[in-house]
Write a protein that binds this ligand. Sequence first.
Ligand SMILES: O=C(O)c1cc2cc(O)c(O)cc2[nH]1
Ligand SMILES: [Cu+2]
Length: 509
Amino acid sequence: QFPRQCVTPEGLQSGTCCPSPTGLPNDECGSSTGRGQCVSITADRRPHGPQYPHDGRDDRERWPLRFFNRTCQCNGNFSGFNCGRCRHGLTGPNCDQRVTVVRRNVMQMSADEKRAFVDALGQAKRTVHPDLVICTRRYQEIFGPDGASVQFENITIYNYFVWTHYYSVSKTYMGQGQQSFGGVDFSHEGPGFVTWHRYHLLQLERDMQDMLGDPSFALPYWNFAIGGSECDICTDDLLGARSSFDTNGISSNSVFSQWRVICESVEEYETLGTICNSTETNPIRRNPAGNVARPMVQRLPDPQDVIDCLELNTFDTPPYYSTSSQSFRNTVEGYSAPQGNYDPVVRSLHNLAHLFLNGTGGQTHLSPNDPIFVLLHTFTDAIFDEWLQRHTAAGTVVYPEENAPIGHNREFNMVPFWPPVRNAEMFVAAPDNLGYTYEVQWPTRAYTISEIITIAIVAVVLIVAVVGGVIGCAVRARSYRSAEGLEPLLGEQFRRYSEDERHASQSVV
Ligand SMILES: O=C(O)c1cc2cc(O)c(O)cc2[nH]1
Ligand SMILES: [Cu+2]
């Protein structure tokens, strides 16, 4: 969440996190080369929804001001916590060359591509994040007893991806002996669901590109809207088959059977007011379609559900929450029926795909520990991008500025990302603004009864016309031939002419 250089006791006390680009000491934000400058952070002040009624209790309110109030603001196309890199979709020394990566269907990749992707995930699970460290205490307890140390630690690239999700969904600690407050979620149940998860994926993709030294690396997606109760990506060449010994486990032929999860001890965090750290504990659990207690989540969404949600015109509707009706966001997130009507018992699209996994991937504080999360969310993001592109011309693409749940207003800095990035910055079409596109064949709508009847009528009329024409011609040809029989002179003349011609050609030879 914060650059390693910034989390010293002095750095935290100053509230300033403006490092120099690597190789340029004492050049905060690369200001001497015009890359950027150190400025005050602005945090959203607009009212949020009533779900969170507290004030000052949570480190994530008005993020990231509890920790830092000054950051690098980069000029032009420069970007990053020290302005040492380019904005998404740009490259080159001056960040003026466009680059686009293509996110593809994981099922359509070659055996070599699949292996490379699985290996890259394994490497991300082991490689310490080069720049960022995580806090392991609430701000109040972040300084050690001597004041000379602070509670931050290193974490691997993939575990950082898991930790940021956990931090965004964790409950608010209300003090010893008090129940933690669960009415907060900085990344779900609000308009920020799509923008938060989009940035979450972009950050992982970028970290993996840097790790691999391959700027063309793209996260693939899992088209989970295939209906039925089979997990098609749960094979040992991809995300791991089911273990033959443990219904809830992953096959030992898959590297993912070796992965251990972080952030499992929620009860401890909630009762002691601690925070998940980088300690790995148990293996991933997964039992696709295996939740017998909840038959509704035993099958995946259907292609028609995607078609239906893409037809909703409004991005989000009051109260911009998990109870919104006719909201594209609440529908793709999966708290509404695919046609947009809110129903508390319904789970569809993204939520249904999570719950179908029935294990680690179905619990919000843990879900990214199962790498299926990455592929499930790239597809969710592909639907979001398709919706943006289809509806932009109609002018209904509007992100709410206020009264969304805390963390979800348009100008709120998404928790716990650094440098500060607002929901609004991710509410743009990806190919033109963020340097990636999806290669997807979107399902098309089946014909309605009235369309089928119309098509049938047109077809019948055409067939009648063609058949009628053929019969008409045949009848006319017949009457012509019988007329020929009544005109022997004409026939005679024709025969004589042909014979003359034959003679002529023979005499030439
Ligand atoms: O119960 C749900 O609808 C549900 C579970 C779950 C887990 C997860 O990680 C999500 O991102 C969403 C979600 N929804
Ligand atoms: Cu999710």
